[in-house]
Design a binder for this molecule. Structure first.
Ligand code: ZN
Length: 340
């Protein structure tokens, strides 16, 4: 089985964005704020939105199951207030639940959280619990920067985040560290803000003692870990200078990387540097980079091709494509084993 740990509903029916636009317009005139009940999307619209995109690519590329969450760039936690974020998040998560209900063989849900700048992450615990217990989701996307590029929250190792971590541990679900759109013109969302955040989160994990307090807490750092694998020596050296433990003891029991790196040399480096037990197959399709590489004639985000091109043992290949996802997202194992 091939599990893609990183997919977003980037092709959702236009009604969802229309609801969001009305919600944002309603921030200026609260009387016109749309009710969630007004969001009407049919099952056929959902099927149409997926058949020619994510499902087509799953079939063409030979992947089986995508860990699927709302469109990350649209989370935009910086817009409006906590209520704005909560209503938008619930609408997006409910739609993922409908996708998973229509295609239980192809998708399993991961939720967006109703974060908002200056609001305790603990306030997102109830939505996480709803999604896991009532909707059957297996993890969440955690935005380390709800301000959208201004980094006004404390580092992820700060106690500020602990109330949410307590709920993650209780439910035994991981978080993918995933920022959203950037409202800072210096940072292009997917080209700079995303990769910055991946790198930033890793450095935060090195400097704090988070995993002493939460030994079973797990994070997936997407996009191949940002700049981390390329600069692995820097991070090892910094940890050493700071008298921190070795990285494998400090973070590698709790932090994992996906394979959303869109060229073969990048995947080769990732595999060379990061232990195979810490790498989960992911493509982020249909996502940030949708084109075809003229040098190979293949889609940049067809990351399975890069892994197929590598000489890996069957044991390692199985870990990357399936086994590690089962370990990091134990609720997926429960679902899969129930089916078999
Ligand atoms: Zn993503």
């Amino acid at each position: 089985m091939i599990i893609d740990c990183h997919g977003h509903y980037t092709t959702s029916p236009s009604e969802l964005q229309k609801y969001r636009d009305e919600q944002i317009a309603g921030l200026k005139s609260p009387a016109s704020t749309p009710a969630k009940a007004n969001l009407k999307i049919s099952d056929d619209q959902i099927r149409d939105s997926l058949e020619g995109a994510q499902l087509k690519f799953q079939r063409e590329r030979g992947t089986d199951l995508t860990i699927f969450s709302p469109r990350a760039s649209a989370m935009a936690h910086h817009i409006g207030n906590e209520t704005t974020s909560r209503n938008w998040t619930e609408a997006c998560n409910d739609l993922i639940y409908r996708v998973v209900s229509l295609y239980p063989e192809n998708f399993v849900g991961v939720c967006q959280l109703p974060q908002s700048p200056g609001i305790s992450p603990g306030n997102s615990a109830a939505e996480l619990e709803r999604c896991v217990k009532e909707l059957g989701f297996i993890g969440c996307n955690l935005n380390p920067d709800p301000s959208g590029g201004h980094w006004t929250s404390p580092p992820l190792t700060d106690r500020h985040w602990y109330p949410l971590y307590e709920k993650m541990v209780e439910l035994d679900v991981p978080a993918m560290v995933h920022v959203s759109s950037s409202c800072n013109a210096n940072f292009h969302a997917t080209g700079a803000h995303y990769i910055n955040a991946d790198t930033t989160a890793f450095m935060q994990f090195i400097t704090g003692d988070l995993f002493k307090d939460f030994p079973t807490l797990r994070f997936v750092i997407p996009h191949g870990g940002g700049a981390v694998p390329f600069h692995w020596g820097r991070y090892r050296g910094l940890a050493q200078d700071m008298k921190r433990p070795l990285l494998k003891e400090l973070v590698l029991k709790n932090v994992f990387f996906d394979t959303c790196v869109y060229h073969l040399p990048g995947i080769e480096l990732l595999l060379k540097v990061i232990p195979v037990d810490n790498i989960l197959f992911g493509s982020e399709m249909v996502g940030a980079v949708r084109g075809i590489d003229p040098e190979t004639g293949q889609y940049y985000d067809d990351t399975k091709r890069y892994l197929d091109a590598l000489e890996l043992s069957d044991v390692d290949r199985k870990k990357i494509f399936e086994g590690n996802a089962r370990r990091v997202y134990p609720r997926i194992a429960a679902k899969l084993d129930k089916k078999n």
